[in-house]
Design a protein around this ligand. Structure first.
Ligand SMILES: *Cc1c(COP(=O)(O)O)cnc(C)c1O
Length: 392
């Protein structure tokens, strides 16, 4: 027995349970179709909602910025100074989202692990939706505050948990905006009411709502008309924006505080030059037209409607995320493999990302697909679904 034998055993067990993740290698730009193993396949996996990952104007902006500023930021911003690009990006993002100020991070994951520990600590309490994203959970743990999980999207249970929890310090309510595995939307107006009643901070992580929900993709706060009422909006530029980077938007005082106390801001270098420039160009694209956002939603509606007509269970989704519920993980993995043989790249998702027995194929609709693409995808789902006895 070597000291890594246990890892070999764990990996073997994952493979046996159909839970080992094989990562495909993409040999082309991220787009509606991608090349894998030398073959063009329809891409139903990416969070590239608006098809901006390979958008000509955004590519051009990144290239131009490299020519002007080079590639890297050199160090963390508090030490090596900050580039005009990052400052401009934060101003543009704040304006786009209709908030006082915004701060960027290297990723959405970092935005969460920066923000939560900067706002609450030992002696404080965090009320967190049971299905919140891993980066929220990690941010909560790093804060050393008490974590109280409430039932998913259940403001009544949140109220009950608040009533049951002795409180001496501060409190924060935190929720995903759109839940990425089911595609359902947090009841933000209700959460706001609870936060107001108790004078708690309210934070929403809008990673899957940024560029998707609201007018022209302005996010969940815009979707519900809650401007000025949600204290902290976390987001990412690695999904609909098609690039990479995290954002926190809200009151100036909170953003100022994060520049002083957000650890991934203080101890990790800034977004790269091409990332910042590409994100700026993505804001330009979003502000100039709602074309991509509109196509995203019409594609999603079309796909869902036809999947349901074929007899597939697409769960509780309210967004372009379409979970195709299959049950056991090995079936979902086999379904995914057979879809791939039919030219469709769609990932199986199983435990622990979703509960045991709730394995699924998750289809990510995007503006990068045409209706013909969707028809090709639907035909593959029909064929594999019938072959595997999922639909009749
Ligand atoms: C994807 C996601 C993140 C992480 O964003 P990155 O920019 O990829 O690090 C954070 N929170 C939620 C809810 C997400 O879905």
């Amino acid at each position: 027995m070597s000291k890594t034998t246990w890892i070999e055993q764990e990996i073997a067990a994952l493979k046996e349970q159909g839970l080992f993740t094989n990562i495909r290698t993409i040999q082309s730009p991220m787009d509606g179709w991608v090349v894998i193993d030398g073959r063009q396949v329809l891409n139903f996996c990416a969070n590239n909602y608006l098809g901006l990952a390979n958008h000509p104007a955004i590519r051009q902006a990144a290239i131009k910025a490299i020519e002007q500023y080079g590639v890297g930021p050199g160090a963390v911003r508090t030490i090596a100074g900050t580039m005009t690009l990052h400052v401009e990006l934060e101003e543009r993002l704040a304006k786009f989202k209709g908030v006082e100020a915004a701060i960027t991070f290297q990723s959405g994951f970092n935005a969460n692990t920066a923000t939560i520990p900067a706002l609450v600590g030992k002696g404080d309490v965090i009320f967190s939706d049971r299905l919140n994203h891993a980066s929220i959970i990690d941010g909560c743990r790093l804060s050393r505050a008490q974590i109280v999980a409430y039932e998913h999207n259940d403001p009544d249970d949140l109220r009950k948990k608040i009533a049951e929890t002795p409180l001496e310090g501060k409190a924060l309510i935190v929720s995903d905006g759109v839940f990425s595995m089911d595609g359902d939307i947090a009841p933000l107006p209700e959460l706001y009411k609870v936060a107001e009643e108790n004078d708690f901070l309210l934070m929403v992580d809008d990673a899957h709502g940024e560029g998707v929900l609201g007018r022209g993709g302005r996010g969940i706060v815009d979707h519900f008309g809650l401007h000025g009422k949600v204290d902290i909006e976390v987001g990412t530029m690695s999904k609909a924006f098609g690039v990479m980077g995290g954002i926190v938007a809200g009151k100036r005082v909170i953003i100022d505080w994060l520049r002083q106390r957000g650890r991934p801001f203080l101890f990790s270098s800034a977004m790269t030059v091409p990332d910042a420039a590409a994100c700026l160009a993505a804001v330009d694209v979003l502000e100039s037209s709602t074309e991509q956002v509109d196509r995203l939603w019409s594609n999603a509606d079309y796909f869902k409607k036809h999947m349901n007509a074929l007899g597939f269970d697409t769960g509780a989704t309210e967004t372009p995320i379409v979970p195709v519920m299959l049950g056991e993980a090995p079936l979902a993995q086999q379904f995914s493999r057979e879809l791939f043989e039919e030219g469709v790249f769609a990932m199986a998702i199983g435990f622990p990302t979703v509960p045991q027995g709730k394995a699924r194929i998750r289809v990510m609709n995007t503006a990068a697909h045409s209706v013909e693409d969707l028809d090709a995808g639907l035909a593959a789902f029909e064929k594999v679904g019938k072959r595997l006895g999922v639909i009749s």
